[in-house]
Design a protein around this ligand. Structure first.
Ligand SMILES: Cc1cc2nc3c(=O)[nH]c(=O)nc-3n(C[C@H](O)[C@H](O)[C@H](O)COP(=O)(O)OP(=O)(O)OC[C@H]3O[C@@H](n4cnc5c(N)ncnc54)[C@H](O)[C@@H]3O)c2cc1C
Length: 314
Protein backbone atom coordinates (compact mmCIF):
# COMPACT_ATOMS: atom_id res chain seq x y z
CA UNK A 1 0.00 0.00 0.00
CA UNK A 2 1.24 3.48 -0.83
CA UNK A 3 2.75 5.56 1.95
CA UNK A 4 1.08 8.91 2.63
CA UNK A 5 2.86 11.57 4.69
CA UNK A 6 0.94 13.76 7.12
CA UNK A 7 2.99 16.64 8.49
CA UNK A 8 1.81 17.19 12.06
CA UNK A 9 3.13 20.53 13.28
CA UNK A 10 1.12 20.35 16.49
CA UNK A 11 -1.50 18.09 18.01
CA UNK A 12 -5.06 19.35 17.69
CA UNK A 13 -8.26 19.25 15.69
CA UNK A 14 -6.65 19.94 12.31
CA UNK A 15 -4.02 17.23 12.81
CA UNK A 16 -6.83 14.75 13.61
CA UNK A 17 -8.68 15.82 10.46
CA UNK A 18 -5.59 15.42 8.27
CA UNK A 19 -4.87 11.96 9.66
CA UNK A 20 -8.51 10.97 9.04
CA UNK A 21 -8.36 12.33 5.48
CA UNK A 22 -5.15 10.43 4.76
CA UNK A 23 -6.27 6.97 5.95
CA UNK A 24 -8.26 5.97 2.83
CA UNK A 25 -5.31 7.04 0.66
CA UNK A 26 -2.70 4.62 1.98
CA UNK A 27 -0.48 3.73 4.92
CA UNK A 28 -0.27 6.91 6.96
CA UNK A 29 3.11 8.12 8.20
CA UNK A 30 3.01 11.10 10.52
CA UNK A 31 6.02 13.40 10.20
CA UNK A 32 6.75 15.29 13.41
CA UNK A 33 9.59 17.78 13.87
CA UNK A 34 9.87 19.31 17.32
CA UNK A 35 12.13 20.48 20.06
CA UNK A 36 13.38 17.52 22.14
CA UNK A 37 10.67 16.41 24.57
CA UNK A 38 7.88 18.42 22.90
CA UNK A 39 6.43 15.70 20.70
CA UNK A 40 4.45 13.48 23.10
CA UNK A 41 1.01 14.90 22.29
CA UNK A 42 1.53 14.78 18.53
CA UNK A 43 2.86 11.21 18.71
CA UNK A 44 -0.13 10.14 20.84
CA UNK A 45 -2.52 11.76 18.39
CA UNK A 46 -0.89 10.00 15.43
CA UNK A 47 -1.58 6.70 17.22
CA UNK A 48 -5.14 7.71 18.09
CA UNK A 49 -5.90 8.54 14.45
CA UNK A 50 -4.47 5.49 12.77
CA UNK A 51 -0.91 6.30 11.67
CA UNK A 52 1.14 3.22 10.77
CA UNK A 53 4.42 5.01 11.27
CA UNK A 54 5.74 8.12 12.99
CA UNK A 55 8.90 9.78 11.70
CA UNK A 56 10.08 11.77 14.67
CA UNK A 57 12.85 14.35 14.40
CA UNK A 58 13.62 16.01 17.72
CA UNK A 59 15.93 18.88 16.89
CA UNK A 60 17.28 21.22 19.57
CA UNK A 61 16.70 24.85 18.57
CA UNK A 62 14.25 24.08 15.75
CA UNK A 63 11.79 26.60 17.18
CA UNK A 64 14.39 29.38 17.06
CA UNK A 65 14.25 29.62 13.27
CA UNK A 66 11.55 30.08 10.66
CA UNK A 67 10.12 26.88 9.18
CA UNK A 68 13.18 25.99 7.04
CA UNK A 69 14.74 23.41 9.42
CA UNK A 70 11.37 21.63 9.59
CA UNK A 71 10.90 21.79 5.83
CA UNK A 72 14.42 20.37 5.37
CA UNK A 73 13.48 17.32 7.46
CA UNK A 74 10.24 16.76 5.51
CA UNK A 75 12.11 17.18 2.21
CA UNK A 76 14.80 14.65 3.15
CA UNK A 77 12.17 12.12 4.27
CA UNK A 78 10.23 12.72 1.06
CA UNK A 79 13.33 12.03 -1.07
CA UNK A 80 14.12 8.89 0.92
CA UNK A 81 10.65 7.32 1.06
CA UNK A 82 8.85 8.71 -2.04
CA UNK A 83 5.34 8.93 -0.53
CA UNK A 84 2.32 8.98 -2.86
CA UNK A 85 0.95 12.18 -1.29
CA UNK A 86 1.82 14.68 1.45
CA UNK A 87 -0.81 16.40 3.58
CA UNK A 88 0.09 19.50 5.57
CA UNK A 89 -2.03 21.95 7.56
CA UNK A 90 -3.38 25.05 5.80
CA UNK A 91 -1.76 27.27 8.40
CA UNK A 92 0.79 29.95 7.55
CA UNK A 93 3.62 27.65 8.63
CA UNK A 94 2.09 24.58 6.97
CA UNK A 95 1.74 26.43 3.68
CA UNK A 96 5.32 27.67 3.88
CA UNK A 97 6.62 24.12 4.50
CA UNK A 98 4.42 22.82 1.66
CA UNK A 99 5.73 25.45 -0.79
CA UNK A 100 9.35 24.72 0.18
CA UNK A 101 8.76 20.98 -0.23
CA UNK A 102 7.03 21.39 -3.59
CA UNK A 103 9.79 23.59 -5.00
CA UNK A 104 12.67 21.53 -3.65
CA UNK A 105 11.24 18.22 -4.89
CA UNK A 106 9.58 19.45 -8.11
CA UNK A 107 6.06 18.32 -7.22
CA UNK A 108 2.73 20.08 -7.63
CA UNK A 109 1.04 21.89 -4.75
CA UNK A 110 -2.63 22.52 -3.99
CA UNK A 111 -3.65 24.66 -1.01
CA UNK A 112 -6.80 24.91 1.14
CA UNK A 113 -7.98 21.48 0.09
CA UNK A 114 -11.14 20.14 1.71
CA UNK A 115 -11.06 16.60 0.24
CA UNK A 116 -8.55 14.37 -1.54
CA UNK A 117 -9.27 11.03 -3.20
CA UNK A 118 -7.00 8.08 -3.88
CA UNK A 119 -6.47 9.24 -7.48
CA UNK A 120 -5.06 12.52 -6.17
CA UNK A 121 -8.13 14.54 -7.10
CA UNK A 122 -8.51 17.45 -4.70
CA UNK A 123 -11.55 19.54 -3.83
CA UNK A 124 -11.25 23.23 -3.00
CA UNK A 125 -14.06 25.56 -2.08
CA UNK A 126 -13.44 28.82 -3.90
CA UNK A 127 -15.06 32.25 -4.24
CA UNK A 128 -16.07 32.26 -0.58
CA UNK A 129 -17.51 28.77 -0.89
CA UNK A 130 -19.80 29.77 -3.78
CA UNK A 131 -18.01 27.32 -6.13
CA UNK A 132 -16.32 24.01 -5.75
CA UNK A 133 -13.17 23.39 -7.77
CA UNK A 134 -11.81 19.92 -8.48
CA UNK A 135 -8.13 19.79 -9.37
CA UNK A 136 -5.34 17.32 -9.79
CA UNK A 137 -1.60 17.78 -9.59
CA UNK A 138 -0.16 16.96 -13.01
CA UNK A 139 3.50 16.97 -12.05
CA UNK A 140 4.72 14.49 -9.47
CA UNK A 141 2.71 13.53 -6.41
CA UNK A 142 0.16 15.80 -4.75
CA UNK A 143 1.40 18.01 -1.96
CA UNK A 144 -1.73 19.45 -0.40
CA UNK A 145 -2.51 21.74 2.47
CA UNK A 146 -5.71 20.81 4.27
CA UNK A 147 -8.22 23.45 5.31
CA UNK A 148 -9.40 23.19 8.91
CA UNK A 149 -12.90 21.89 9.54
CA UNK A 150 -13.18 20.17 6.16
CA UNK A 151 -14.27 16.83 7.58
CA UNK A 152 -15.15 15.17 10.87
CA UNK A 153 -12.10 13.60 12.49
CA UNK A 154 -12.61 9.91 13.31
CA UNK A 155 -10.29 8.09 15.70
CA UNK A 156 -8.88 4.71 14.63
CA UNK A 157 -6.31 3.61 17.12
CA UNK A 158 -3.04 2.07 15.99
CA UNK A 159 0.40 1.24 17.31
CA UNK A 160 2.64 3.12 14.92
CA UNK A 161 6.22 2.12 14.33
CA UNK A 162 8.33 5.00 15.61
CA UNK A 163 11.31 5.96 13.46
CA UNK A 164 13.82 8.36 15.02
CA UNK A 165 15.12 10.78 12.40
CA UNK A 166 18.57 12.29 12.84
CA UNK A 167 18.52 15.93 11.82
CA UNK A 168 20.42 19.12 12.47
CA UNK A 169 19.90 22.75 11.49
CA UNK A 170 21.87 23.73 8.40
CA UNK A 171 23.62 27.08 8.10
CA UNK A 172 21.23 28.16 5.33
CA UNK A 173 18.23 27.29 7.53
CA UNK A 174 19.59 29.71 10.13
CA UNK A 175 19.16 32.70 7.84
CA UNK A 176 15.77 33.62 9.32
CA UNK A 177 15.68 33.49 13.10
CA UNK A 178 12.68 34.00 15.35
CA UNK A 179 13.48 37.00 17.53
CA UNK A 180 10.45 37.01 19.79
CA UNK A 181 7.50 34.78 20.58
CA UNK A 182 4.40 36.23 22.19
CA UNK A 183 1.94 33.78 23.69
CA UNK A 184 -1.64 34.99 23.33
CA UNK A 185 -3.31 34.84 26.72
CA UNK A 186 -5.87 32.03 26.63
CA UNK A 187 -9.29 32.89 27.96
CA UNK A 188 -11.76 30.48 29.52
CA UNK A 189 -13.65 29.99 26.28
CA UNK A 190 -12.75 27.27 23.79
CA UNK A 191 -10.69 28.13 20.74
CA UNK A 192 -12.90 29.41 17.92
CA UNK A 193 -11.72 26.84 15.36
CA UNK A 194 -12.09 23.93 17.76
CA UNK A 195 -15.29 24.85 19.64
CA UNK A 196 -18.32 22.58 19.44
CA UNK A 197 -20.58 25.61 19.83
CA UNK A 198 -20.02 29.06 18.33
CA UNK A 199 -22.27 32.03 19.08
CA UNK A 200 -21.65 34.91 16.68
CA UNK A 201 -22.91 38.46 16.65
CA UNK A 202 -23.18 40.83 13.73
CA UNK A 203 -23.84 44.48 13.07
CA UNK A 204 -27.28 43.96 14.57
CA UNK A 205 -25.70 43.67 18.04
CA UNK A 206 -25.14 47.40 17.78
CA UNK A 207 -22.19 48.07 20.12
CA UNK A 208 -19.19 46.60 21.90
CA UNK A 209 -21.03 46.79 25.24
CA UNK A 210 -23.98 44.86 23.86
CA UNK A 211 -21.69 42.04 22.72
CA UNK A 212 -21.76 41.00 26.40
CA UNK A 213 -25.08 39.32 25.57
CA UNK A 214 -23.38 37.22 22.85
CA UNK A 215 -20.65 36.29 25.35
CA UNK A 216 -23.24 35.33 27.96
CA UNK A 217 -25.04 33.01 25.54
CA UNK A 218 -21.71 31.50 24.42
CA UNK A 219 -20.69 30.91 28.05
CA UNK A 220 -24.05 29.36 28.93
CA UNK A 221 -23.59 26.91 26.04
CA UNK A 222 -19.88 26.33 26.74
CA UNK A 223 -19.02 27.80 23.36
CA UNK A 224 -16.76 30.31 21.64
CA UNK A 225 -17.72 33.81 20.52
CA UNK A 226 -17.55 34.78 16.84
CA UNK A 227 -18.40 37.93 14.94
CA UNK A 228 -19.17 39.10 11.43
CA UNK A 229 -16.79 41.43 9.66
CA UNK A 230 -19.25 44.29 9.98
CA UNK A 231 -19.14 43.78 13.75
CA UNK A 232 -15.35 43.58 13.94
CA UNK A 233 -14.89 46.54 11.56
CA UNK A 234 -17.22 48.57 13.73
CA UNK A 235 -15.05 47.74 16.75
CA UNK A 236 -17.75 45.75 18.53
CA UNK A 237 -15.44 42.75 18.88
CA UNK A 238 -11.73 42.03 18.14
CA UNK A 239 -10.82 41.09 14.56
CA UNK A 240 -9.33 37.75 15.58
CA UNK A 241 -12.86 36.50 16.24
CA UNK A 242 -14.11 37.26 12.73
CA UNK A 243 -15.78 34.31 11.04
CA UNK A 244 -15.80 34.11 7.27
CA UNK A 245 -13.84 34.26 4.07
CA UNK A 246 -11.23 36.64 5.44
CA UNK A 247 -11.57 35.42 9.01
CA UNK A 248 -11.71 32.02 10.62
CA UNK A 249 -13.53 29.00 9.20
CA UNK A 250 -15.56 27.18 11.82
CA UNK A 251 -17.58 23.99 11.65
CA UNK A 252 -19.10 23.45 15.09
CA UNK A 253 -21.99 21.20 16.06
CA UNK A 254 -24.04 24.33 16.74
CA UNK A 255 -23.62 27.80 15.21
CA UNK A 256 -25.82 30.64 16.44
CA UNK A 257 -25.88 33.74 14.23
CA UNK A 258 -27.44 36.76 15.92
CA UNK A 259 -27.96 40.01 14.02
CA UNK A 260 -26.02 38.66 11.03
CA UNK A 261 -27.50 39.04 7.55
CA UNK A 262 -25.71 36.03 6.04
CA UNK A 263 -23.53 37.60 3.33
CA UNK A 264 -21.69 35.08 1.17
CA UNK A 265 -18.35 36.01 2.73
CA UNK A 266 -19.71 35.22 6.20
CA UNK A 267 -21.32 31.98 5.05
CA UNK A 268 -17.96 30.85 3.63
CA UNK A 269 -16.69 30.54 7.18
CA UNK A 270 -19.60 28.75 8.85
CA UNK A 271 -21.82 27.03 6.31
CA UNK A 272 -20.55 23.53 7.13
CA UNK A 273 -21.69 23.86 10.77
CA UNK A 274 -23.85 20.89 11.78
CA UNK A 275 -26.82 22.90 13.06
CA UNK A 276 -27.30 26.59 12.32
CA UNK A 277 -29.63 28.80 14.33
CA UNK A 278 -30.30 32.34 13.11
CA UNK A 279 -31.88 35.20 14.99
CA UNK A 280 -32.68 38.20 12.82
CA UNK A 281 -35.45 40.76 12.84
CA UNK A 282 -35.64 40.75 9.03
CA UNK A 283 -37.59 37.73 7.79
CA UNK A 284 -35.94 38.12 4.38
CA UNK A 285 -32.35 38.01 5.68
CA UNK A 286 -30.30 35.57 3.55
CA UNK A 287 -29.06 33.75 6.66
CA UNK A 288 -32.50 32.11 6.95
CA UNK A 289 -31.96 30.21 3.68
CA UNK A 290 -29.03 28.46 5.36
CA UNK A 291 -30.39 28.10 8.89
CA UNK A 292 -31.81 24.88 10.31
CA UNK A 293 -33.75 26.92 12.86
CA UNK A 294 -34.64 30.56 12.39
CA UNK A 295 -36.19 33.03 14.79
CA UNK A 296 -37.54 36.24 13.25
CA UNK A 297 -37.24 38.71 16.06
CA UNK A 298 -35.18 41.22 17.98
CA UNK A 299 -32.05 39.51 19.30
CA UNK A 300 -32.31 41.56 22.51
CA UNK A 301 -35.64 39.88 23.19
CA UNK A 302 -34.83 36.42 21.83
CA UNK A 303 -31.34 35.79 23.27
CA UNK A 304 -32.24 36.62 26.93
CA UNK A 305 -35.04 34.04 26.67
CA UNK A 306 -32.62 31.50 25.19
CA UNK A 307 -30.19 32.25 28.01
CA UNK A 308 -32.88 31.84 30.65
CA UNK A 309 -33.97 28.51 29.21
CA UNK A 310 -30.42 27.17 28.90
CA UNK A 311 -29.64 28.18 32.50
CA UNK A 312 -32.92 26.64 33.71
CA UNK A 313 -31.99 23.28 32.16
CA UNK A 314 -28.54 23.13 33.75
C1 LIG B 1 -13.52 40.60 0.13
C2 LIG B 1 -14.50 40.58 1.27
C3 LIG B 1 -14.29 39.72 2.32
C4 LIG B 1 -15.19 39.67 3.38
N1 LIG B 1 -14.96 38.79 4.41
C5 LIG B 1 -15.88 38.68 5.38
C6 LIG B 1 -15.73 37.74 6.44
O1 LIG B 1 -14.72 37.03 6.54
N2 LIG B 1 -16.70 37.64 7.36
C7 LIG B 1 -17.83 38.41 7.32
O2 LIG B 1 -18.68 38.26 8.21
N3 LIG B 1 -17.99 39.30 6.34
C8 LIG B 1 -17.06 39.47 5.39
N4 LIG B 1 -17.23 40.41 4.44
C9 LIG B 1 -18.33 41.39 4.59
C10 LIG B 1 -19.68 40.86 4.16
O3 LIG B 1 -19.87 41.11 2.77
C11 LIG B 1 -20.81 41.56 4.93
O4 LIG B 1 -20.70 42.94 4.75
C12 LIG B 1 -20.81 41.26 6.42
O5 LIG B 1 -20.76 39.86 6.64
C13 LIG B 1 -22.08 41.82 7.02
O6 LIG B 1 -22.06 41.64 8.40
P1 LIG B 1 -23.44 41.60 9.21
O7 LIG B 1 -24.28 40.50 8.69
O8 LIG B 1 -23.10 41.61 10.64
O9 LIG B 1 -24.05 43.04 8.87
P2 LIG B 1 -25.30 43.43 8.00
O10 LIG B 1 -25.23 42.86 6.65
O11 LIG B 1 -25.45 44.90 8.15
O12 LIG B 1 -26.51 42.69 8.72
C14 LIG B 1 -26.96 43.01 10.02
C15 LIG B 1 -28.18 42.15 10.26
O13 LIG B 1 -28.61 42.34 11.57
C16 LIG B 1 -30.03 42.35 11.58
N5 LIG B 1 -30.43 43.07 12.80
C17 LIG B 1 -30.25 44.39 13.09
N6 LIG B 1 -30.70 44.64 14.34
C18 LIG B 1 -31.18 43.48 14.84
C19 LIG B 1 -31.76 43.10 16.08
N7 LIG B 1 -31.93 43.99 17.07
N8 LIG B 1 -32.15 41.81 16.23
C20 LIG B 1 -31.99 40.90 15.24
N9 LIG B 1 -31.44 41.21 14.05
C21 LIG B 1 -31.02 42.48 13.86
C22 LIG B 1 -30.43 43.02 10.29
O14 LIG B 1 -31.73 42.67 9.91
C23 LIG B 1 -29.35 42.50 9.34
O15 LIG B 1 -29.79 41.33 8.67
C24 LIG B 1 -16.34 40.49 3.37
C25 LIG B 1 -16.56 41.34 2.29
C26 LIG B 1 -15.66 41.39 1.25
C27 LIG B 1 -15.93 42.29 0.10
Amino acid sequence: MAEVFVYVDSAGKLAAEMLTMARPLGEVSAVIVSEPGDSAEAVAQAAEYGASKVYLAEVAGVGDYFMVPKADVVTELFKEHAPSAVLLPSTSEGKAVAAYLAVSTGNGLLTDVSALDAEGQATQEIFAGASVSTSKVTKGVPIVTVKANSLAAEPSSSTPEQVAVEASISESAKKVAVVEKVEEPKGDRPDLTEAGVVVSGGRGVGSAEQFKLIEDVADALGGAVGASRAATDAGYYPHKFQVGQTGTTVSPQLYVAAGISGAIQHRAGMQTSRTIVAVNKDADAPIFSLADYGVVGDLFKVLPQLLENVEARK
